[in-house]
Design a protein. Structure first.
Length: 264
């Protein structure tokens, strides 16, 4: 088996930057919307049940008043609509983000971007995943690389679900080691195959060894180590791929890809 990278999905929707690293121009592919409630002031009996149903506290109720709606807190569950005894709440929508498409030669990149001030990053990721699957099927693309946000929150869960393999990229620091353990716990919860790469591995050799020992003890394949190298930073600033300008680091990254191929 040999990977032919044709499609990537940038699911770090609060700070998408793959297009910057790859020096690609963004072209809007789709606007994304979320349902939100709308009150009929004539029908509303001011009972406050909609506010009780809202777990995001996006509805503020004062007895005797029509509820006030804080749109920035709403996640679009529409529990308020269901709870209203007089059907005074209907459904409208607001824009929460966009999906962009970029292409360079045979590489396609789909980018999700959360609208500034919105909170629905998980919903944006889900839409990007759905759009990417449809795009890949239409263009007969077999392998998709997904760039997730850091952490274990809703955007990450939406990024890794229904994937074939999760590659955890970490660094030899206490904070990164802690986050790594949480992510691996999450992959176990979803019964996903996983491996790890130690980035900036020469930054702290003692901690890098501690990570390798942890991986060995827990049967997690370490698929590569990328040294801390100023040349990578300089290439990123210049919007150049390091594999295209440095043969030694090209071999390092090629070795990581080869080991991912073997495991997957």
């Amino acid at each position: 088996m040999h990977f032919k990278v044709e499609c990537g999905a940038d699911c770090d929707t609060e700070c998408p930057n793959d297009h910057v690293v790859l020096n690609l121009s963004l072209k809007k592919a789709k606007d994304l919307f979320q349902p939100i409630p709308k009150w009929d002031r004539e029908k509303c009996i001011k009972c406050g049940k909609c506010a009780l149903a809202c777990k995001q506290e996006a509805i503020v109720f004062v007895k005797g008043k029509i509820p006030a709606f804080v749109g920035d807190l709403c996640i679009g569950c529409m529990a308020c609509k269901i709870s209203c005894p007089v059907q005074a709440i209907s459904e409208t929508q607001k824009e929460i983000g966009k999906i962009y498409h970029s292409q360079k030669d045979n590489l396609h990149l789909l980018t999700g971007e959360l609208k500034i001030g919105e909170l629905a990053s998980g919903e944006i990721v889900s839409e990007v995943r759905k759009f990417t699957d449809e795009y890949a099927e239409k263009n007969q693309i077999k392998i998709i690389f997904i760039d997730s946000a850091a952490g274990i929150g809703c955007p990450v869960i939406a990024s890794i679900k229904n994937t074939d393999f999760v590659l955890a990229v970490t660094e030899p620091t206490p904070a990164a080691f802690y986050d790594l353990k949480r992510l691996l716990f999450l992959t176990d919860n979803f019964s996903l195959k996983r491996g790890m790469v130690i980035n900036k591995s020469t930054l702290d050799l003692t901690y890098a060894k501690k990570m390798r020992d942890f991986a060995d003890k827990n049967s997690i394949p370490v698929l590569g180590e990328i040294p801390y190298d100023q040349k990578i930073v300089e290439a990123t600033v210049r919007q150049k791929l390091i594999v295209g300008i440095d043969e030694e680091l090209r071999r390092v990254f090629k070795g990581v890809l080869g080991r991912i191929e073997e495991v997957v």
